[in-house]
Ligand binder design. Structure first.
Ligand code: LYS
Length: 252
């Protein structure tokens, strides 16, 4: 039994490594690029009815158009996105991944397409600073840089993880946690929508956000970086960013 299980595992890993990421030439020839995102992270990537939309969705569609490609979108839970990338289930991921040394071991990142940070959101009177999180219960999405950074706050109480960011926000709204830590832009929208029920506290950390390709897919990475640079230079990026944020959120 054990031997059989081991053999199956070996066979699976061989299969996985035998599959190759599509190179730029192969993608170009097929005419369609496969892009994955979460679809549950407003205003960056979300579903509006049956329609995938958001800043990153519009940006990636614009990049694909510049590259002369049709797009096939795939949505996956955030925690599965980079795993699926390494299984060649799509060509690249645009899902607000912070560029971290840990992730850079698994995938290759394009140049950042925006800069942001992780901020505290709480009820009025709740913890607004890292120091105030001492002994407090904090909600974060699993597999994120929010979880990584909140866990490092000295003396932080219980850190509760949720599959989706919106679930973590719901826990705060329901009063089941003292604070939620998430993206600062998402937090601003949430605070505004809740009209006085929530407030935004301090920024805990800054991060650069990038698209990810399978490790070693340099031909695709080069095209994505070139397309992003072009969009940033010809006004396309600024237009999309302004639509969603009323400002240009590129890294400086
Ligand atoms: N920027 C965070 C990270 O890199 C979260 C992004 C996606 C959240 N739904 O982990």
């Amino acid at each position: 039994m054990i031997k059989k299980a081991l053999l199956t595992l070996t066979a699976l890993s061989l299969l996985a490594s035998a599959a190759e990421a599509r190179t730029w030439d192969e993608i170009k020839k097929s005419g369609t690029i496969r892009i994955a995102t979460e679809g549950a992270f407003p205003p960056f990537n979300l579903m509006k009815g049956n329609q995938l939309t958001g800043f990153e969705v519009d940006l990636a569609n614009a990049l694909a158009q510049q590259l002369g490609l049709k797009v096939q979108w795939v949505t996956q839970p955030f925690d599965n996105l980079l795993i699926g990338l390494n299984q060649d289930r799509y060509d690249f991921v645009i899902a607000s991944h912070g560029i971290t040394p840990e992730r850079q071991k698994a995938v290759d990142f394009a140049n950042p397409h925006y800069c942001t940070g992780g901020a505290i959101v709480t009820h009025p009177g709740g913890p607004m600073t890292a120091a105030a999180l001492k002994g407090k219960t904090v909600a974060v999405q699993v597999g994120t840089t929010y979880l990584q950074n909140v866990s490092k706050v000295p003396g932080v109480g219980d850190v509760k993880t949720f599959p989706k960011d919106t679930d973590a926000q719901a826990a705060l709204l329901a009063g089941r946690v003292d604070a939620w830590v998430g993206d600062k832009f998402t937090g601003l929208d949430l605070v505004k929508a809740q009209k006085g029920k929530l407030v935004q506290g301090d920024l805990l950390f800054n991060e650069r956000i990038g698209m990810a390709v399978k490790k070693g897919n340099t031909s695709l990475l080069k095209e994505l970086n070139a397309a992003l640079a072009k969009a940033m230079n010809n006004g396309t990026y600024a237009k999309i960013s302004n639509e969603y944020f009323g400002q240009d959120i590129r890294c400086h």
